[in-house]
Design a protein around this ligand. Structure first.
Ligand SMILES: Cc1ncc(COP(=O)(O)O)c(C=O)c1O
Length: 456
């Protein structure tokens, strides 16, 4: 028997988050106010977020302390394990070492509580009584319900309708932690009513659900809004993943040659990648790969441009790789990857050539997830299966080249609530989807008149 896990003690949990802002070679373009097109300042964001999170959003401090009260909760499941996938290595016959960092050990089953806990904490500190949010696959809504429960805050979750129907147990999980859940588009907001008037059968999308939650929060004194991905402070909170991973690799006496994560809004990927991006900025040779669905190929077929974060055009304009906020992703099972844009921080490192991106079809991803489940036992979330596809491809490449690489991927969550998706795959009802160029063109044309994200 050889060692395959590299555990850290509770007291080795990182005490600070890593903020990449001061290390970005060219910095980051500012968000723009949706009405004026001028840079949006802290005051513009104040109706939606507590000031502590707004400060993190724009901070240039490289290290930001994690409050003790937040660590007291995170330590219930962190540090999360780093595991060698030795059975998968064997099945692939690869000389590569495959490691995965597993975030499915959190109570909500994914990386999302890494940011929901601090977000709820900073809201509580500023007296917020209620938080409105959206959820795609139900992972973020569960994580926020969990966090709000810890800090005595009411959670209101707008859940993308297709996921609400595909994942009834996620709704019950949210309710178990005290959250209340509404399928989106709903009749409860102007934004939802507008979409339903245009298309009563709308399956919803993350962009629409964001519009509803933002409208809800903006319209009530007692309510703020929380986002589970995309924004700088969310990605900052996720860096705890990569910081732990670096310590664990030191225990393994190894270093990853390739770092891989799946990309929806970019938060889990950035969480594991950020400390390695810094190594790369400092001249180290590490290959950083973001994996996205071919059905929603933000980085591989989108444009770098200012665009709204939601579908209606209520949020500030963000500089990001985007398919356009009117892009309606097809109903692939990885609900958490159905988002038209990519986090500005991930978009920036992609533009800088500090990472690369690949898109995979969902059938290929489920094939990879099944092989992983049969080798390692853990049933992955459909979102995470994109990272597994990427890691398997790299391991097979290493086999062809006869190279003994170390491949690291992030398993962002388990798939215990995704059995309907596994059922569809196992009964051959999951189809490959070829996204037509005409749809990409249509959605891109709809945002061409928004401000260009000019080169620095
Ligand atoms: C398990 C899992 N992985 C990945 C994602 C994608 O989000 P992000 O790119 O922000 O990590 C989600 C989103 O819901 C998720 O639930």
């Amino acid at each position: 028997m050889k060692q395959i896990k590299y555990p850290l003690n509770d007291i080795e949990i990182p005490r600070q988050w890593y903020n990449i802002m001061p290390d970005l070679p060219k910095g980051l373009l500012p968000p723009l106010h949706p009405a004026t097109g001028q840079p949006a300042g802290p005051d513009d964001l104040a109706p939606l977020f507590p000031m502590a999170l707004i400060e993190q959003e724009v901070s240039q401090d490289r290290w930001i302390d994690i409050p003790e009260e937040v660590l007291d909760i995170l330590v219930k499941w962190r540090p999360s394990p780093l595991i060698r996938a030795t059975s998968l290595e064997k099945a692939l016959g690869t000389p590569a070492k495959i490691y995965f960092k597993y975030e499915g050990v959190s109570p909500a089953g994914s990386h999302k509580p890494n940011t929901s806990i601090p977000q709820a904490y900073f809201n509580m500190k500023e007296g917020v009584k209620r938080i409105a949010t959206e959820t795609g696959a139900g992972q973020w809504g569960s994580a926020l319900s969990l966090a709000c429960n810890y800090f005595g805050i009411e959670a209101k979750v707008y859940m993308v309708k297709i996921s609400y129907e595909q994942k009834p147990y996620r709704k019950i999980l949210m309710e178990t932690w005290g959250g209340s859940v509404t399928p989106s588009p709903s009749n409860e907001t102007e934004a939802g009513r507008k979409i339903l008037a245009e298309n009563p059968d709308s399956n919803g999308s993350l962009g629409i659900a964001i519009s509803e939650a933002v409208e809800d929060a903006a319209g009530r004194e007692d309510t703020k809004y929380a986002l589970g991905s995309v924004l700088n402070h969310v990605l900052l909170h996720q860096t705890i993943i990569g910081l732990e991973t670096k310590k664990q690799f030191a225990l393994a006496n190894d270093k990853p040659d390739v770092v891989i994560g799946c990309c929806g809004g970019g938060s889990n990927f950035f969480g594991i990648a950020a400390p390695y991006v810094l190594d790369k900025i400092n001249g180290e040779n590490v290959d950083i790969l973001g994996c996205e669905p071919a059905a929603c190929p933000t980085m591989t077929r989108g444009h770098f441009h200012y665009d709204f974060g939601d579908s209606i055009g209520m949020t500030p304009l963000l500089p990001m790789h985007t398919l356009g906020h009117t892009f309606m992703p097809p109903s692939i099972h990885a609900g958490g990857l159905r988002y038209h844009g990519m986090a500005p921080l991930v978009s920036e490192i992609l533009r800088e050539g500090l990472m690369r991106a690949e898109a995979f079809d969902q059938v290929d991803c489920f094939k990879a997830a099944l092989l992983f489940a049969r080798c390692e036992g853990i049933v992955p979330a459909p979102e995470s299966s994109h990272a597994i596809r990427g890691a398997i491809n790299e391991a097979l490449k290493a086999k062809e080249e006869g190279k003994e690489k170390s491949i690291l991927f992030l398993l962002s969550g388990h798939g215990h609530f995704d059995m309907s998706a596994y059922d569809a795959y196992l009964s051959n009802n999951l189809v490959e989807y070829d996204l037509p160029e005409a749809e990409i063109e249509r959605a891109w044309n709809a945002i061409k008149d928004l401000p260009e994200a000019a080169e620095f």
